[in-house]
Ligand binder design. Structure first.
Ligand code: ACO
Ligand code: ZN
Length: 342
């Protein structure tokens, strides 16, 4: 789905079209017509509503409409980025294939000249909020969605372009955003972020995570994941990411969990329980169990789960788990949990 795109008529090879119209093709034609019809209807009714307000039929229409990518590319800082998915920008932006973002306040515009004018007067040089971590050129900012509603909403519009989640968050008040930046003399440039509910009944310590495509596969994702667990440790809680995880999300988490758990098992002498592992890492017991089970390191003996940790097997799994990602230097984290601030 990430590769979906609209093509122009010239790009279609009509010579190779078969003239026999079978049922399947007819189905497709009908569904195309439906989509256009639905699109117009949805345009009229707005997509900016929470799903709970839609009845089943409208929800289906909404899903059909949001299947199709609306914005093809964005400009953000020094990057032009191809988008992956639909994002519910306000209707007046839906006729533009490209959007121009201010990389600091994340306001978006339809024309380059508007952005240039904006950049002359925008005085932000980093995300609005508190810098809670700095190590070398890396900084993390904590942005309270309630205090910075516009920024929070802009970040959600931007993130949705790369997230295939079905639910859309508009109630940014309930979230804290942790924005990772690479800083230089021009300012702090957003690399990625994760959001976190201020209060989670399901012990979620992360709602959405994103590394912007130009920065992906360089270890920032695992940094963000590690950071979310460091916050949980400071809160004295265990945490887990909100479900469902995307394919890339699952790969990153599996890699992170495997590395953290096997590093401990390798060093540890004597018995260790899943509860102890959970206390040490802030990783929820269920996630520890599924990770170790998927590596076939768990056996069920006499009504109990037993971890089998042959050093050679551990090394083999560690090698397969990929790179460690950028390290979080906990001594550089200055943060108090949300509850304590209010
Ligand atoms: N192909 C194969 N494996 C990949 C790829 C890819 N394109 N991207 C990441 N991985 C796997 C690898 O195992 C990688 O480790 P390795 O490079 O050591 O082999 C691991 O995931 C993580 O790599 P990082 O460089 O640390 O992570 P990255 O900065 O690329 O960020 C993230 C990972 C955040 C999931 C990113 O891919 C992303 O933003 N994706 C789009 C949004 C998304 O799907 N977010 C998760 C949704 S679920 C949720 O929010 C709860
Ligand atoms: Zn700005």
């Amino acid at each position: 789905m990430r590769l979906d795109e609209w093509v122009k008529l010239e790009q279609l090879d009509l010579d190779s079209v078969e003239t026999v119209v079978d049922e399947k093709v007819e189905d497709k034609v009908t569904s195309l017509k439906m989509t256009r019809h639905q699109k117009r209807k949805i345009d009229e009714t707005h997509v900016e509503v929470g799903h709970e307000e839609l009845d089943a039929a409208s929800l289906h229409e909404h899903e059909e409409f949001t299947k199709v990518k609306n914005i093809a590319t964005i400009e953000l800082g020094r990057y032009e980025i191809e988008t992956w998915y639909f994002s519910p920008f306000p209707p007046e932006y839906n006729d533009s294939l490209k959007l121009y973002f201010c990389e600091f306040c994340l306001n978006f515009m339809k024309r380059k000249e508007q952005l240039q004018r904006h950049m002359r007067k925008c005085d932000l040089k980093h995300p609005p909020g508190d810098e809670i971590y700095r190590s070398g050129t890396l900084s993390m900012f904590e942005v309270d969605g309630k205090k910075n509603k516009v920024y929070g909403r802009n970040l959600c519009y931007l993130a949705k372009l790369f997230l295939d989640h079905k639910t859309l968050y508009y109630d940014v008040d309930l979230f804290l955003f942790y924005v990772l930046c690479e800083c230089d003399d021009r300012g702090c440039h957003m690399v990625g972020y994760f959001s976190k509910e201020k209060h989670s009944e399901e012990s979620y310590n992360l709602a959405c995570i994103l590394t912007l495509p130009p920065y992906q596969r360089k270890g920032y994702g695992k940094f963000l994941i590690a950071f979310s667990y460091e916050l949980s440790k400071k809160e004295g809680k265990v945490g887990t990411p909100e479900r469902p995880l995307s394919d890339l999300g699952l790969l990153s988490y599996r890699g992170y969990w495997t590395r953290v758990l096997l590093d401990i098992l390798k060093k540890h002498k004597g018995n260790i329980s899943i509860k102890e592992l959970s206390d040490m890492t802030a990783i929820k017991a269920e996630d520890i169990l599924t990770t170790l089970q998927s590596l076939e390191l768990i056996q069920y003996r006499k009504g109990q789960h037993v971890i089998c940790a042959d050093p050679k097997v551990l090394d083999r799994h560690l090698k397969a788990a990929g790179r460690g990602g950028l390290e979080v230097d906990v001594s550089k984290l200055i943060w108090t949990p949300y509850k304590e601030q209010s």
